[in-house]
Ligand binder design. Structure first.
Ligand code: 13P
Length: 252
């Protein structure tokens, strides 16, 4: 098993440039170089290049982006391509975040096209999946997760899947303060690994990092990260505070 432990901070649409600069400095000051956990900072687009300069001062810190377009370039006013992200030092791109699904009506066709661009530019996709509270209450969560995975992953080869990270983010836990229990998280993460194994093979499934996201914080990260199939976290609100984000990094 070669899967990595990862903590990623998705800042969403938060922080001024000055605040972002200070936050990154405070995080870097608290984490030592020998820490082997992969740390990914995912700030708003305008700060990417500057933050990358800061991150390259420390080992195992990487830059991620919150989105990319389905095309490499062209007349798409206001959009940003994976090719551009790569050129400013990004290594990861979030794809399929529930906020993109909900507010921007992105669908599996978009995700497949975006991931193709991501892979073409030597970046890694962090594919976000998760069920709504309505779907969980109706006992449809395993079906929904299976569909979200199968519809996207089958467009790629096992070789390509090796570059993926999956983030399980139950929509009902995002920004609500309500976290999945360790039992719910472990159950779903093991299920996701089973789906990946079914599409590809057991080794591919064993090697893919599956992150938990949804009100993961400095208090609950340790319990969640103890689950055998939880390989780290995709952190929203708690990634905006240096102390909290570092405590999460130290939770393994
Ligand atoms: P919160 O940690 O704020 O719930 O957000 C999770 C998330 O959406 C990360 O992508």
């Amino acid at each position: 098993m070669s899967r990595k432990k990862i903590v990623a901070g998705n800042w969403k649409m938060n922080k001024s440039f000055q605040e972002a600069d200070t936050l990154v400095e405070m995080i870097l000051n608290q984490v030592n170089d020998f820490d082997e956990i992969i740390k990914i900072i995912i700030p708003p687009f305008p700060y990417l290049q500057t933050i990358n300069t800061q991150l390259t001062k420390k080992d195992n810190f990487f830059l991620g982006a919150q989105n990319c377009h389905t095309h490499s370039n062209g007349a798409f006013t206001g959009e940003i391509s994976a090719n551009m992200l790569s050129s400013v030092g990004c290594k990861y791109v979030l794809i399929g975040h529930s906020e993109r699904r909900q507010y921007f009506k992105e669908n599996n066709t978009d995700f497949i096209l975006k991931i193709k661009e991501v892979l073409k530019n030597n970046l890694s996709p962090i594919l976000c999946i998760g069920e709504t509270i309505h779907e969980r209450k109706a006992d449809n969560h395993f079906k929904v997760i299976t569909e979200q995975l199968v519809n996207v992953l089958t467009a790629f080869s096992a070789d390509e899947i090796h570059r993926f990270i999956i983030a399980y983010e139950p929509v009902w836990a995002i920004g609500t303060g309500e976290t999945a229990t360790t039992e719910q998280a472990q159950e779903m993460h093991a299920f996701i690994r089973g789906v990946v194994s079914g599409i590809f093979d057991a080794t591919t499934a064993d090697n893919i990092s599956i992150l938990y996201g949804g009100s993961c914080n400095a208090q609950n990260a340790q319990e969640l990260f103890k689950c055998p199939d939880v390989d780290g976290g995709l952190i929203g609100g708690a990634s905006l505070k240096a102390d909290d984000f570092c405590k999460i990094i130290f939770s393994f």
